[in-house]
Design a protein around this ligand. Structure first.
Ligand SMILES: Cc1ncc(COP(=O)(O)O)c(C=O)c1O
Length: 505
């Protein structure tokens, strides 16, 4: 996928593919990220101004206009229609802008020469071309399973730009990651003991940076299921539990090669000050360990991801810059150049740039409630359907030609195709009345929608296309296939089609 000029404006040179060597005591890949920091600090691909820290109405309006053009062009170019009733769209310029904004945000707060690796949390959008696009913007990957690691590798993301986290790594996973030179964050004492065995004991030198995840136990946010720093969270070493802090300090002193601390306080619903408190706890522990060691043993702090996303409008708020500045206020010592940084943002990089477009198959009423029955429900918007209070999404209405629908708003349900009554992506939502053949657009679905498919009713994963402005393309929009739709044949194959007689033989 080649980028147009407006997409590339604001993009830094360098990136994983530029041959810049990683290495040293700092996060490998940080050198590349740093090399990429140039005068583009002040610009975004949309002409936005990330430096002012304010929500940028101009960039938001431009993104909305790009999305509307893409919906119309998707109809014109046959990406959606009666035979292909649901499709995913990704705004390439928007993704580039968010990646550039993230890089600029941490460049602004860190001392010159500080290595920073911004590793995209692959779980948020596990699509190889997306990982490649982000790598082109100087980002690496945070992976949490062998599958995610394979995707990062397929995207050409170098080991030095990849970090492995997960609460349940098998010995094989650990062995593979370490032998590839991928940074590993051990989750708990048992896992650290496995790493000991793999690297050859306390005196050995691992071929990859190794860290330890701590749970700072600073509390949760509004979505319990995504709050990873509660008193009883399953992640990391629970730092405030009796004896835990002493154990962690000892674990580092016993292992001179253990050089990183990792924390991730949570995701959507966690306020910035709580996220900052988690990072502060990790920083203070690192200082304590380095003092006890009499040297800068911990050279890198991995501060996780978790920046919440605004699902209520097109504004990107809070911004990466606002979070970076909040961190600088809360933990100034983190940015004085003694520590390299790893970040692991997922949702905040992709959410605003994705749209699910679904055809309204039928428009009916029940008990006076209008219901648009579409092809996008729990199979795509799983969290929204099962936890609508935590995961509301915006829905907009387009006519069959992909033009925004107008007319009086009517409270209506927007339903999916799954065979259970709760399969609703919006309830009593005031929208222009949907008719059969119209299109429902599910906005802000670029993160954790295309990658979290739920195979209910054996509904297929939809195709995903990236879109870019291109005056030469029909409708002024060029599409690039990111992932083909899952075929019925693939569903049969994945469902034991080749083992048909296995139970009756
Ligand atoms: C360890 C870790 N890092 C990063 C992330 C990404 O979080 P977010 O998408 O909210 O930025 C997650 C999300 O679950 C995570 O568990």
């Amino acid at each position: 996928m080649s980028a147009t000029d407006d997409e590339r404006h604001g993009r830094a040179p360098g990136g994983p593919g530029d041959g810049t060597p990683g290495g040293g005591r700092v996060p490998e890949g940080g050198d590349t990220a740093r090399a990429g920091r140039t005068a583009e600090k002040k610009g975004t691909p949309d002409g936005g101004t990330p430096d002012d820290g304010a929500p940028d109405g101009g960039a938001a309006a431009l993104a909305a206009a790009r999305r509307e053009r893409a919906v119309r062009a998707a109809v014109e170019q046959g990406l959606i229609g009666p035979a292909d009733p649901v499709v995913g769209l990704l705004d390439v310029a928007g993704i580039r802008a968010s990646a550039a904004g993230l890089r600029a945000a941490f460049e602004e707060v860190t001392a010159p020469g500080t290595p920073v690796l911004n590793a995209f949390a692959v779980k948020a959008a596990s699509l190889v071309p997306v990982l490649r696009l982000l790598a082109d913007e100087g980002l690496g990957c945070e992976v949490a399973s062998p599958g995610e690691l394979a995707l990062a590798r397929a995207a050409g993301v170098p080991a030095s730009h990849t970090v492995l986290d997960s609460p349940a790594k098998s010995v094989e996973e650990l062995r593979e990651a370490l032998s590839l030179g991928i940074a590993v964050n051990a989750d708990n004492p048992q896992e650290l003991a496995r790493v000991d065995t793999l690297v050859g004991g306390p005196g050995a030198t691992p071929s990859a940076p190794v860290g330890l995840r701590i749970n700072p136990q600073v509390g949760g946010g509004t979505i319990e299921a995504l709050s990873t720093a509660t008193a009883t969270s399953k992640f990391g070493v629970a730092l405030r539990d009796e004896g835990a802090r002493d154990w962690v300090v000892r674990a580092f002193l016993d292992r001179p090669w253990l050089t990183r601390l990792h924390t991730h306080t949570g995701s959507q619903g966690v306020p910035l000050d709580l996220m900052a408190a988690g990072v502060r706890a990790a920083y203070e522990l690192a200082e304590e360990i380095n003092t006890a060691a009499g040297r800068q043993q911990i050279d890198t702090l991995d501060i996780g991801g978790g920046l919440p996303v605004n699902f209520a409008s097109d504004e990107e708020s809070p911004t990466h810059r606002e979070y970076a500045l909040a961190l600088r206020d809360a933990v100034p010592g983190l940015f004085d150049g003694r520590y390299g940084l790893v970040t692991e943002f997922g949702r905040s990089l992709l959410a605003k740039h994705g749209t699910v477009l679904a055809r309204v198959e039928y428009a009916k009423t029940a008990g006076d409630r209008p219901i648009a029955v579409t092809h996008a429900g729990a199979q795509l918007a799983t969290r929204t359907v099962f936890a609508p209070g935590s995961w509301p999404i915006r829905v907009t209405a387009f006519d069959p030609k992909g033009r925004p629908k107008s007319g009086p708003c009517v409270d209506q349900d927007v339903a999916g195709p799954c065979c259970f009554a709760g399969d609703l992506v919006a309830q009593k939502r005031p929208l222009p009345l949907f008719e059969a053949g119209d299109l429902a657009a599910l906005l802000d679905t670029g993160a954790y929608y295309f990658s979290n498919h739920f195979a209910y009713n054996s509904l297929p994963r939809p195709a995903v296309h990236g879109f870019s402005t291109d005056p030469g393309a029909p409708g002024g929009v060029r599409f690039a296939l990111v992932r083909p739709a899952q075929s019925v044949e693939e569903i049969v194959a994945e469902s034991g089609g080749a083992q048909r007689d296995a139970l009756t033989r």
